[in-house]
Design a protein around this ligand. Structure first.
Ligand code: GLN
Length: 266
């Protein structure tokens, strides 16, 4: 009998239009960490050429950021049957990491600095408004404590420590959450809107954040959570991932935290 390794299909939302500030780093991290454990990985772009069947076939979804213009093109393409397929995937618990422009797209609407309001998919109960060209963008390092309760518990079970994420934000839009849980609480940086201390959102198994593509390289345990959750859903069995050598990533995190003078409880 031939042995067939388990397989993960990563659906990458509009790689050509939505991949600002190193967002492909998130795709590569999931891909490599799964391959290093012997899983087969397929990276499938989900874009204008894709069908609803493509969307249905993926096991984990990665969506990056975009400039307002590109975001508008994507939001207009992702309507109708494609929007329904995306909604269905997320509602059924397909894990994903959605950065910056992507959560704006999964939310109720986005109001750009110029032009008209763009309707979102309404999967995440949040709205995003760009307050205009003369308002400062939210740019810089971002440190958050994960407060979304189930995610925080699952990450803590994997790592043995309270989950803090180190990232980098760059956005003009300000997001206000409706009836959706925040991903976390801002420890350093601005997060959703620079005012209420929330960062991102967590819904089913979708992680929405303003933190860009270095997110998973800097917080590899989140990539492992995505892989584990995807495999569990697909193969309907508990999956325990073998440990990897993460010293370099952890040293990188420590160096950033030291530079920001952020002391996290150990
Ligand atoms: N266009 C959005 C904003 O400026 C998203 C930016 C991004 O994805 N980096 O808020």
């Amino acid at each position: 009998m031939s042995y067939k390794p388990m397989e993960i299909i990563i659906g990458w939302l509009y790689p050509k239009l939505m991949s600002t500030y190193g967002d492909r780093g998130n795709v590569i991290t999931i891909q490599r960490r799964a391959q290093w454990r012997g899983y087969n990985v397929i990276v499938l772009p989900l874009d204008q050429e894709s069908t609803t069947e493509d969307i249905k076939s993926v096991d984990v979804i990665v969506g990056g950021g975009a400039q307002d213009r590109q975001q508008e093109i994507v939001m207009r393409d992702l309507q109708g049957a494609k929007a329904e397929a995306m909604r269905d995937k997320i509602e059924r618990g397909t894990p994903g990491v959605f950065t910056c422009g992507s959560p704006q797209l999964l939310g109720n609407y986005y109001e750009p600095a110029f032009g008209q309001r763009i309707e979102g998919l309404g999967i995440l109960d949040l709205v995003s408004i760009h307050p205009g060209e003369n308002t400062k963008r939210c740019i810089g390092n971002l440190v958050i404590e994960v407060t979304a309760s189930r995610l925080a518990q699952e990450l803590e079970a994997m790592t043995g420590t309270k989950p803090y994420l180190v990232g980098f934000e760059n956005h003009g839009g300000r997001t206000t959450l409706g009836k959706v849980e925040a991903l976390g609480r801002v420890v350093y940086g601005l997060g959703n809107n620079g005012e209420d201390g929330t960062e991102g959102a967590f819904y089913q198994n979708a992680i929405a954040t303003y933190s860009h593509g270095p997110l998973l390289p800097k917080n590899p345990f989140v990539a492992d959570w995505l892989i584990q959750t995807a495999l569990k859903l697909k193969y309907q069995q508990e999956i325990k991932l073998s440990p990897l050598e993460d010293t370099l990533a952890m040293q990188g995190r420590e160096a950033i935290l030291k530079r920001l003078k952020v002391n996290l409880p150990s």
